[in-house]
Structures are given as C-alpha cells and as structure tokens.
Design a protein around this ligand. Structure first.
Ligand code: ADP
Ligand code: MN
Ligand code: MN
Ligand code: MN
Length: 344
C-alpha cells in the first residue's frame, strides 16, 4: 500500500473556451495495480467554475481515464467527465455527445504559441522578429530561442510517461509557435488524450514561467500587413472502418456533400474567432466556403494523395478546426455528419 496522489482534472463551464481544472485526492493503493475502476466518483463546487448556481453547487466528477503522472511519486492524472447530481451529463460535457465507436480513429494536430510578458516567446519588446520563413521546423537560437525546445521536449516525455499517444513535434511557421500530434483508435481516445496533453503543457508553462496561447490568431499583423503571421489550427484527421476498408468515390462524394451541407454546424464548434484565421490565406480555405482537394492545403478538407490511389479509401484531414477548439465537440460533429451519410 502507498499513498497515491490522484489529480482529478476536468473542463469547466467557461465559454467560448473551457479551462482545465484540477484538484488532488490522496488515496491508499498499490501503484502497480491501481486502475480506473479503483477511482471513486468525486465532486466539486460548480458555482466557482460556471457550472452551477451557488444554491445548488455540487457537480459530479466521473473518472473516464487514468494516466501515470511522472512529475509526482505515486502520481496519476484522473481525467473526468462532469455530470449533474442526477448522473446525467452536464451541458458543458461534449464528450458525452460523441458516438461510441472503437473503429473510428482520430488524429489531432495541435498548434499553439508560447507567450511571455504578453507577447510570443522570442518577439522583442514593442516590435517584431524577422519575418516568417525559417521558423517552421527550424533549428538554432535565432529560430527557436533558448527555452521553447526545453519545454516541448519535457512535454513530450511527460506525455509518453502518461501513456498518451503523442506522435510528433514540429516548430511552426510563426516565431514562438509549435505543434504536436495525438492519434487514437476509438472515437473518444485522441480527444481524451489531447486534453491530458494540454493539461501537461499548461503545467510545463507554470514551471518555466511561460503561458500557452491557444487563440487561433494571437498576432493580427506586423507593421502594415494585417495577415503577416500565421494563426494556429488543430487539424482533425479522421477515418471510420468503412472509410478505411470500403470507401469508394461514390461514398466520398456523398460524404463531402454532407460536410458542405453542415458547414455552419461544423464551424460553430471548430473554435472561436475562426474568421480571423480562415481567410483563404496562410494555407486555409475561407470560413464561408467549403471545398475539398487532393493534397490541397488551401481546401477545407485535404484528401491525402494515398486516398484516391487506394480506391478512395483511407483518412481525411479537416483543416478548419482551430487551436482553441474542444476536440470532444469537434469529434462529435464530425461523427454526426458521417452518420448522416448512408454507407450503401
Ligand atoms: P500534416 O502536418 O502534413 O497535416 P501530420 O503528420 O502533422 O500531417 O498529421 C497527420 C495526422 O493524421 C496524425 O495525427 C496522424 O496520426 C493522423 N492519421 C494518420 N492516419 C490516420 C487514419 N487512418 N485515421 C485518422 N487519423 C490518421
Ligand atoms: Mn502537422
Ligand atoms: Mn501545422
Ligand atoms: Mn495538417
């Protein structure tokens, strides 16, 4: 028996973007065999998180995932869904709206900025660094500075220790901007792990005195050009078993018709202020249009080269979700649109 440190984490009720909250529960257990089933339901004061009125403030924390926390001796992160006292999902709980399907796979590419003193890490006070060009996948002090790589490396290790299926890192197009990818088999897995990865990144930020800026367009312009710096996305790559194993051009066309039909419903959950980012420039399609294209990074949905080559089978990339989007709400909407298309 040991004293286990369980960090219960959940999403609060702030809009348009939820914050991650967490509090620690100490439990007796064996760290070698401790499992999700051993985590009890807990509760919190929803009136302090915009999830309840003060007069009836209890919300329920329902554990849905357990992840080793290498920053603490005998530590675990307990990812929770928020329930109302009667056991039904809280309205802020988009996870509950995702259709369960173990054969649906998602891969999210999270872009974000490091911020310090109110500006992107590496931006000089009151001005701008050299224009974009050499930062993407860049190396060297002038491209990535001194501390960013330390943080992303430590974050990578924390994710791997936690069992999060982190797939890779790259420095992005703007200075101080980075990306990591999370992939998961199962309709909720990648979204769950994205929230755990975001939580771990926030904690790295505390340690190094750096904020994580998830807004999709934090730098509106340099000098006279309002569009001179890239925004941040969270591309959503997805495939169902039918898309991978049967597919076909006819089904693909019907699927794209549905994505076009539900364009507004998708944009509504693809993250706030997306009109600032989806302008038709900087490898985006304009927010009020829908298009798909083979290997086209200016399309709403990019179809990988391999897809038509493989008889229109495989995965697709929706490029519209932004960096501040809730991966639960995004996965839920994608699956709802897919479900509207008959497979025969
Ligand atoms: P790019 O930057 O060129 O768009 P990345 O390598 O950053 O590509 O991201 C591609 C993403 O697609 C990864 O998260 C990967 O896991 C995901 N992916 C690959 N195959 C599938 C698949 N069959 N279904 C869903 N997602 C997939
Ligand atoms: Mn990428
Ligand atoms: Mn990218
Ligand atoms: Mn991408």
């Amino acid at each position: 028996m040991a004293k286990l440190k369980l960090e219960y984490i959940w999403l609060d009720g702030y809009k348009p973007v939820a914050n991650i909250r967490g509090k620690t529960l100490i439990a007796d257990g064996d760290p070698e065999t401790f499992a999700l089933e051993d985590c009890k339901d807990w509760c919190f004061d929803g009136s302090s998180t915009k999830q309840a009125e003060g007069s009836s403030s209890d919300c329920v924390l329902k554990p849905v995932g357990l992840y080793p926390d290498s920053s603490r001796i005998n530590g675990f992160i307990v990812l929770c869904a928020v329930l109302l006292p009667d056991g039904t999902p809280h309205p802020s709980n988009y996870r509950a709206t995702i259709l369960d399907d173990s054969d649906t796979w998602f891969g999210f590419e999270q872009e974000y900025f490091f911020y310090q003193d109110g500006r992107p890490l590496g931006f000089p006070e009151g001005g701008y660094p050299a224009p974009q060009g050499t930062y993407y996948t860049g190396v060297g002090y002038k491209n990535v500075g001194d501390i960013a790589r330390t943080i992303v490396e430590e974050h990578l290790d924390a994710c791997i220790d936690a069992g999060v299926n982190h797939e890779g890192i790259n420095a992005e197009v703007a200075k101080g901007q980075w990306e990591f990818q999370i992939f998961g088999k199962g309709s909720k897995k990648a979204a769950d792990e994205m929230w755990v990865a975001r939580y771990l990144l926030e904690r790295m930020g505390e340690k190094y005195g750096v904020d994580i800026e998830y807004h999709c367009k934090p730098i509106l312009g340099a000098y006279d050009d309002p569009l001179d710096w890239n925004g941040s996305g969270m591309h959503c790559n997805f495939s169902t078993e039918f898309m991978r194993e049967t597919g076909g051009k006819e089904y693909f066309d019907k699927l794209m018709e549905a994505f076009s039909k539900y364009r507004e419903e998708h944009i509504a959950v693809y993250g706030p202020d997306n009109h600032l980012r989806l302008t038709g420039l900087h490898e985006t399609q304009s927010i009020d249009q829908f298009s798909w294209g083979i290997a086209d990074r200016g399309a709403s949905i990019r179809v990988p080269h391999s897809f038509p080559k493989n008889d229109w089978k495989g995965y697709l990339e929706d490029r519209r979700p932004n960096s501040a989007g809730d991966p639960y709400a995004i996965a839920s909407r994608v699956l709802q649109t897919i479900a509207s298309v008959p497979t025969s």
